[in-house]
Design a protein around this ligand. Structure first.
Ligand code: NZQ
Ligand code: ZN
Length: 389
């Protein structure tokens, strides 16, 4: 196992009815801005629950944060924060609202005269402070509720970029599985696939004898395989929703990634598919992951065999067959969730591969993977394999 530092300051308030405890989680005299998306929280009653919990407090709202949150939209919120002297942000929504709010938190305190887009081009390195934020999560998927990361898109230039900073960890996150009952099937599926791939990006690398991390990862994968399809079939089954929600959070809160090598190339290649074609984040992962695993079979051999054995119970056949079986089982699981891993199913023919590779190059993403051995040439081949599969 490698050395590691592990720090996660987010207080988790998990369970039925927990939104009612918001008042205790917020400073008494806070000037709060509730941030949210396109209105799902109005339709399912979550916004009303939040207002009820915050009755009598100074609360403003900013709505309209889109899926794959846009820099242009978020900068309007930054203006509002500064104009109204907001001192606490409360994000109510999915990963996009939470990520967008992390950006607002950092941009509102970014040095005057500096373009806040720089937060993205420098991946958050120069953030020295941010407004405090809390979260009410409505879509289990990204882990954004208790991690330091955000993904922001600048629509004017089709740039989708990641930043991270310890200053933007939510102070607290309310996870009430009941608020996920209203999710459309597509978002339930997206969430399960995204969380699944987060685990694999931290697990399918090479062995470092990190037994705890491996078995945590395998436990989370097995839980998602069991409970993901059930969340689609039984949308109001509380325990199913609770298990999915907690798995997605633990998948990307630092725990399973501590002390082990990590990959993240599926995410980086996937982001370009969203930036250029508007695919949902999880759809891009389902497309890229099988092609990536095929391309990196040799480097990932030992962990692929462990994955085949412990997660998919594939014990028959030679090593090659078991590895191919595990990759096929992964695809089939995504399909069972309703997320196709074929580019053609999204009306894509691969003709924009050169443009996507170019975008990676512009961002300096030229050595990906746990060995930093995935070059731009490899990225092109992986996109091509995905287009032809
Ligand atoms: O906007 P509203 O009306 O709220 O509707 C949303 C949105 O249309 C809807 N929704 C959310 N909760 C709902 C609901 N509808 C009904 N009932 C509910 N309870 O779902 C739609 C999608 O929401 P979004 O927040 O975009 O989805 P998700 O949570 O999958 O977030 C995706 C974003 O997170 C980034 C992705 O790149 C993408 O931009 N990621 C963030 C990460 C992180 N911060 O660590 C890691 C991930 O790998 C990922 O890259
Ligand atoms: Zn993801």
């Amino acid at each position: 196992m490698r050395n590691f530092d592990l720090y996660n300051p987010t207080k988790i308030l998990f369970g039925k009815g927990k939104i009612a405890e918001l008042d205790n989680a917020l400073p008494a005299d806070a000037r709060i801005l509730i941030t949210y998306g396109g209105g799902s929280i109005k339709r399912n009653g979550v916004l009303a629950q939040v207002h009820q919990a915050l009755a009598g407090r100074k609360v403003l709202e900013f709505s309209g944060i889109e899926p794959n949150p846009g820099y242009e939209t978020l900068m309007k919120a930054v203006e509002l924060v500064q104009r109204e002297n907001i001192d606490f942000l409360l994000a109510v929504g999915g990963g996009s609202v939470l990520d967008g709010t992390k950006f607002i938190a950092a941009a509102a305190q970014y040095p005057a005269g500096r373009e806040p887009w720089e937060i993205l081009t420098t991946r958050g390195k120069h953030i020295e402070r941010a407004l405090p934020m809390g979260a009410v999560l409505t879509l289990p998927a990204t882990g954004s509720e208790s991690n330091p990361t955000a993904v922001i898109t600048r629509y004017a230039t089709a740039d989708k970029r990641v930043f991270a900073s310890p200053h933007v960890y939510p102070r607290f996150a309310v996870l009430d599985p009941e608020v996920t009952y209203s999710l459309p099937a597509r978002q339930v599926a997206n969430g399960v696939v995204d969380a699944f791939v987060h685990i694999l990006e931290q697990y399918l690398t090479y062995p470092v004898n990190a037994k705890v991390q491996d078995r945590f990862a395998e436990g989370l994968l097995l839980t998602l395989i069991e409970e993901g399809p059930r969340a689609l079939a039984e949308p109001t089954n509380y325990d199913v929703r609770a298990n999915v929600m907690w798995s997605a959070s633990l998948a990307l809160n630092g725990l399973i990634g501590a002390g082990v090598p990590q990959d993240w190339s599926t995410h980086m290649l996937g982001h370009e598919l969203t930036a250029l074609h508007g695919l949902d984040h999880a759809q891009t992962l389902a497309i890229i992951l099988p092609a990536l695993l095929n391309a990196k079979k040799a480097q990932k051999r030992d962990k692929l065999l462990q994955y085949a054995d412990r997660v998919w119970q594939l014990h028959q056949g030679d090593e090659e067959q078991r590895i191919d079986g595990a990759i096929a089982a992964t695809r089939a699981f995504f399909a069972r969730m309703g997320v196709s891993s074929r580019m053609a199913d999204y009306q894509l023919d691969g003709s924009t591969i050169p443009a996507m590779v170019e975008k990676l190059q512009q961002q300096g993403i030229t050595a990906l993977g746990e060995h930093q051995d995935i070059t731009l040439q490899d990225c092109r081949r992986i996109y091509e394999a995905a287009a032809n599969s």
